[in-house]
Design a protein around this ligand. Structure first.
Ligand code: LLP
Length: 411
């Protein structure tokens, strides 16, 4: 099923014309297809087949409560990296026993919160964190279920800013240190060793790096078994890419098959932490064309959304398809830019796109993940609404704040 498509010349999300939402909520806004999210989750779940598994959606991709309720109700778990995300996960209805806590900078308060909530596990990033957590758990008389995040030194062939499993990365510990940490954990009565973890990067378009990382985790799990430590879960992180331009991400079946090959050597529970692959293509950012400006050098389509609503083009030179909401056969070449006072404020450069005029709506695709979640109020531009479409109806799941609300925490 295509969740975003033209019907009678107007771009729709499921059965709702984007122009209808624009009229109701104003522009700009993010719009999400509930069905796209659910189908992605169910397809991934099905592809994992009979492998014992737990899918923990990476809340950072899209933390909206309504979006997360959809996944929680479907049986999905959550991956969180902060106290705030843990709060959201619980509020959205994920059962604590389906929540994993990652991150390399957890505070004592955050660790305490996680212990109090009895979540599935805490994926520890360093020996130092392990010691802090063990002491805390001892003091609270609440055993900590832990995994070590291992840095497997695998190249995910993705953008350097989102590669996280190379030797020089700040995340995790090397395999040797991991073995030492597990022995330390084994000897601590307040710590229960539960799993092993890696996350090698994001927007990964091949299965080989996952297989390689999985192989290294399984090697460590087997070595630990020899040393009398039994691992219950292998958390292979997130990272599966999506189609933005002409990218060809592997199918869920191919991804699952690559994991299975290693899993067969050590059939523990597989934990996955997908973010983008579930949420990325369920969303569009819809904006209005304010001006079409021509300079001797270029044509600029100036829109009412800006880099503060979608940082990805500026931060990662990423490509997002841009389509006029009213279908047109004609195209022109333009830079699509926002109103922030920086030259880096662009959604696309030298893009051949459907012709738009002042007042026309445009849809920026693949804005379900790392769009709203990374947005800011830079230039004192209030955050923009989020809308969830379900079949023929839609609902504002985060409304547009007023200027007063924007400054309400300031004195
Ligand atoms: N698990 C961990 C520990 C992570 O750090 C991440 C993402 C995920 C899971 C989910 O990864 P995914 O399946 O979404 O690739 N802002 C960047 C992406 C940063 C990803 C950070 N970590 C972007 O817009 O491309």
């Amino acid at each position: 099923m295509t969740y975003f498509a033209y019907h009678s010349g107007i771009r729709h999300c499921e059965n709702v014309p984007l122009s209808e939402i624009a009229e109701a909520v104003g522009t700009p806004f993010y719009v999400y297809s509930k069905q796209a999210l659910l189908d992605a989750y169910r397809e991934l779940d099905a592809a994992l087949g009979d492998m014992d598994h737990l899918i923990c959606y990476a809340i950072k991709a899209n933390p909206n409560l309504a979006v997360n309720r959809v996944l929680a109700e479907a049986g999905c778990g959550a991956e969180v990296v902060s106290g705030g995300e843990l709060f959201r996960a619980l509020k959205a209805g994920y059962p604590p026993e389906r929540i994993v806590f990652d991150g390399n900078a957890k505070t004592v308060e955050e660790l305490r919160y996680a212990l109090e909530q009895c979540i599935y596990a805490i994926n520890v990033d360093s020996e130092n964190e392990l010691r802090v957590l063990a002491d805390l758990a001892q003091g609270m008389q609440r055993p900590a279920r832990v995994a070590l995040r291992v840095n497997p030194d695998v190249n995910p062939n993705t953008h350097p800013k989102i590669s996280t499993g190379l030797k020089k990365s700040k995340f995790g510990v090397d395999p040797e240190t991991a073995l030492r940490c597990y022995e330390l954990a084994r000897d601590h009565e307040a710590v229960q060793i539960a799993g092993i973890h890696a996350h090698i990067g994001s927007q990964i378009l091949e299965v080989e790096p996952f297989a390689e990382a999985m192989e290294k985790l399984v090697d460590i799990a087997l070595e630990l078994r020899k040393r009398g430590v039994e691992i219950q879960y292998i958390d292979i992180g997130g990272g599966l890419g999506i189609q933005y331009d002409d990218d060809r991400p592997p199918s869920y079946e191919a991804y699952a098959a690559a994991l299975r090959e290693q899993w067969e050597r050590f059939p523990a529970c597989i934990v996955l932490e997908p973010g983008r692959t579930l949420a990325g293509n369920m969303g569009n950012l819809v904006a209005k064309t304010l001006y079409v400006k021509k300079t001797p050098e270029k044509r600029f389509v100036v829109i009412d959304a800006a880099m503060n609503d979608l940082w990805r083009p500026t931060m990662y030179d990423s490509y997002h398809r841009i389509l006029p909401v009213n279908e047109t056969g004609e195209t022109f070449v333009a830079d699509v830019v926002g109103g922030v006072c920086e030259s880096g404020d662009f959604m696309a450069r030298d893009r051949e796109m459907g012709v738009v005029y002042e007042g026309d709506l445009i849809a920026i695709e693949s804005a379900g993940a790392y769009a709203a979640s990374m947005s800011s109020e830079y230039n004192s531009r209030p955050l923009i609404p989020e809308v969830l479409v379900d079949g023929s109806s839609f609902r504002v799941v985060r409304r547009r704040p007023t200027y007063d609300e924007m400054v309400s925490l300031e004195t």
